[in-house]
Design a protein around this ligand. Structure first.
Ligand code: 2AM
Length: 176
């Protein structure tokens, strides 16, 4: 099974970001992320044998994260994978601590996640942006703040309409 840990936005935030994604597609082209699949990945595990699911869940249960407010206030474009994304100009320290803590707990039970790139908090809004246009003149966005009180372990399946995600387990973050 293909697994990753993520922060999942509440409906109102997903709605605002989906509107943003549609506006970006009108301007730059590409394929908007569907509202119900917009998320912020904390750790991408990739293909994991089903027998390791209990250990994966237990590792996340040990994580002692604190809740925090996440303010999404910037757009970015990555040319190498042609993604337009929304992110944070000054991410809460608790987010970085959560990611480090989670990855450490996974490592402790030999569950590896993709750590090739430095963690850059982002929510992918548009994929397959036509190359020439993506990098030009990204407008600022109206800041959206969301109180993150939990994170989720998600199973991803490739379907004809794109990836389909289902939450396998949810983990609470303590009051900040
Ligand atoms: P992306 O939005 O930047 O593509 C499910 O695929 C989630 O895991 C996506 O949010 C994706 O980020 C993220 N992810 C991180 N590393 C990945 C990898 N090596 N392969 C596929 N997805 C990855």
């Amino acid at each position: 099974m293909r697994l990753f840990f993520a922060l999942w936005p509440p409906e109102s935030v997903a709605q605002a970001l989906a509107g943003q994604a549609d506006a970006l597609v009108r301007h730059y082209g590409g394929k908007a992320t569907r509202k119900e699949t917009i998320h912020l990945t904390l750790a991408f595990l990739g293909e994991v044998d089903e027998t390791l699911l209990p250990a994966t869940i237990q590792a996340a249960q040990v994580v002692r994260g604190r809740s925090f407010a996440l303010t999404i206030d910037r757009l970015g474009y990555w040319r190498h994978n042609r993604l337009l994304w929304a992110g944070c100009s000054s991410p809460a320290e608790e987010l970085q601590i959560l990611v480090e803590n989670l990855r450490e707990q996974l490592r402790a039970v030999s569950i590896l996640c993709d750590e090739k790139q430095r963690f850059t908090p982002h929510l992918t809004l548009v994929r397959k942006v036509p190359d020439r246009r993506g990098a030009v003149g990204l407008a600022a966005i109206e800041p959206i703040t969301w109180l993150c009180t939990s994170f989720v372990l998600v199973c991803s399946r490739l379907a004809s309409a794109g990836s389909e995600y289902s939450a396998v387990a949810e983990f609470s973050l303590a009051d900040g």
